[in-house]
Write a protein that binds this ligand. Structure first.
Ligand code: HEM
Length: 171
């Protein structure tokens, strides 16, 4: 079985980070937020602060993993496949990337420590709703990209990182 394990590891990284970030955003918007709203103002502030402190690390890790694995996926796809003239793949990638930057910004502000982040969180419900909508659109675009027609290059070059490992006899 000839499996490109580096490709598989980056795919795991991308999917795990995506489900962690998107799933948690939906949970916070639909379950945590409404549940916390039933508490007193002091309890709400304390609980939101406790959640924010614990969740910040996962937001930053997810962003890092998504960027790393996303660029790897993209470069590997371009090196290994040819798209027919008029393919929408590159345009969809551009839209997806801009959506991802907006999502990362909102998610970072929702867990940030700065004064600006605190002011941003005064409209927490609005920003969470927006991030859920953007994330759903982004995942739908990713699904379309996956099934856009492409042909493997005849002598497909290995992805850059794989080639580097091979050149340096690490693989
Ligand atoms: C919130 C952020 C993101 C989410 C939720 C997300 C989600 C996903 C999902 C679910 C897939 C798999 C689609 C499938 O197999 O059906 C995917 C694929 C992909 N993602 Fe992301 N992604 C995000 C950010 C990024 C970023 C920042 C990049 C680029 C830097 C990127 C580049 C890619 C590429 C190139 C693919 C492969 C598309 C193909 O099949 O040709 N993603 N993403």
């Amino acid at each position: 079985m000839d499996v490109d394990w580096l490709m598989v590891v980056f795919r795991w990284m991308h999917i795990l980070a995506a489900i962690t970030a998107v799933g948690a955003t939906i949970f916070m918007r639909q379950a945590l937020g409404p549940a916390v709203a039933t508490l007193s103002a002091d309890q709400q502030a304390a609980l939101h602060d406790a959640v924010r402190k614990r969740w910040a690390l996962y937001v930053h890790l997810s962003i890092g993993f998504l960027l790393l694995s996303g660029f790897y996926n993209f470069i590997a796809t371009l090196r290994g496949s040819e798209f027919p003239d008029g393919s929408k793949y590159h345009m969809l990638f551009g839209i997806k990337f801009l959506l991802a930057l907006a999502i990362f910004f909102i998610a970072s502000m929702l867990v940030g420590r700065s004064e600006a982040s605190s002011r941003f969180r005064q409209r927490r419900e609005f920003w969470l709703t927006l991030n859920v909508v953007l994330a759903v659109v982004l995942v739908c675009i990713s699904g379309i990209m996956r099934f856009l027609p492409r042909t493997p290059k005849a002598a497909a070059e290995p992805p850059a990182a794989t080639a580097w490992l091979e050149t340096n006899s690490l693989r």
